[in-house]
Every structure is written in C-alpha cells, then in structure tokens.
Design a protein around this ligand. Structure first.
Ligand SMILES: [Zn+2]
Length: 160
C-alpha cells in the first residue's frame, strides 16, 4: 500500500521544498507549516530521489545544451551573413547561408525533428554536430569584420 507523504500532497509543496533545500532548520519549519519534523525529514528523501541524476536526465540536459549552442551559432551566422551582405561580400554571405543550413540540420537532428540515422547511429550525429560547430566557429572567426569595412575574405577560394 502506498503511503502518502503529507508534504508531497501540499499545495505549498514548492515553498516547503525551497526551504528544505536552503537548509532551513526543521523545527521552526514544522512549527510554521504544521507539518511534523518526521514528515519533513521523509520528504527530503523524496527531493533527493527527484533530483538524483539519471542517464535519461543527463542525456536530455546534454541535448538541451547542444541545442542552445547550435541555436547561438545559427544566430551568429545570420548576423555575420547580414554583415557580409552589407559589405557586398557575396561569397561570404553564401558561405554563411550554407553554415546556417548545416546548423539547422544539426539542430533538427538534436531536437528529433529529422528522423534520420540518429535512431541507430547516434555517434554519427555527434560527429556531425561537432563538425558543424567547428565549421560555424571557423566561419565566425574568419568573418568577424568591422561594420563598413568591406573586404574580400582572404580565405575564400577564388576559382569557380
Ligand atoms: Zn514527499
């Protein structure tokens, strides 16, 4: 039979949990909330269990971090692309579009919107993400031009 926790059931549970996490002494908390110290002590374990790292949680956290990184890079690439357009550096602008596209692909894979090989080859996706990030970073580093100083990228191939 499941035993119900008087703290878990409370409407002000979050407030109680914040106090517990801050390490507030149980005696005054018990007095204030009308809960028993034993109940508060027991609920501490519930918090610990809820906060315990799980592989799934770590995976999700890792994903969300990667997603945020890729989103940042895409924003940066868009910014640089606009700059390149203003400077009439069309090659750099096109490269920017290409890089943004790669970033979006990676982002889509990370967020699961593209149902590609990700399902049975996560290593491949990981390598793709790293490569795309490296490309975007290289692009950002090479094209950090001052506004108004139009110049051709020294790293762009001229043939084609
Ligand atoms: Zn509880």
């Amino acid at each position: 039979m499941a035993r119900t926790c008087s703290v878990c059931m409370r409407e002000d549970r979050e407030e109680v949990e914040r106090a517990l996490l801050k390490g507030e002494p149980l005696r005054p908390m018990a007095r204030r909330t009308g809960l028993s110290r034993a109940a508060l002590q027991r609920h501490k374990l519930h918090i610990a269990l809820a906060l315990a790292p799980s592989p799934k949680a770590a995976e999700l956290l890792h994903r969300s971090k990667l997603t945020a990184m890729v989103e940042d890079l895409i924003r940066e690439v868009h910014r640089l692309k606009r700059k390149a357009e203003r400077a009439r550096d069309i090659r750099a602008a096109i490269k920017g579009l290409d890089t943004a596209l790669k970033g979006i692909e990676v982002l889509a894979k990370l967020t699961g919107e593209l149902d590609t090989r990700a399902q049975h080859n996560s290593l491949h996706v990981h390598l793709d993400a790293e490569r795309a990030l490296a490309i975007a970073e290289t692009y950002a580093a090479r094209h950090r031009v001052q506004p108004g100083t139009a110049h051709r990228s020294p790293t762009m191939p001229t043939g084609g």
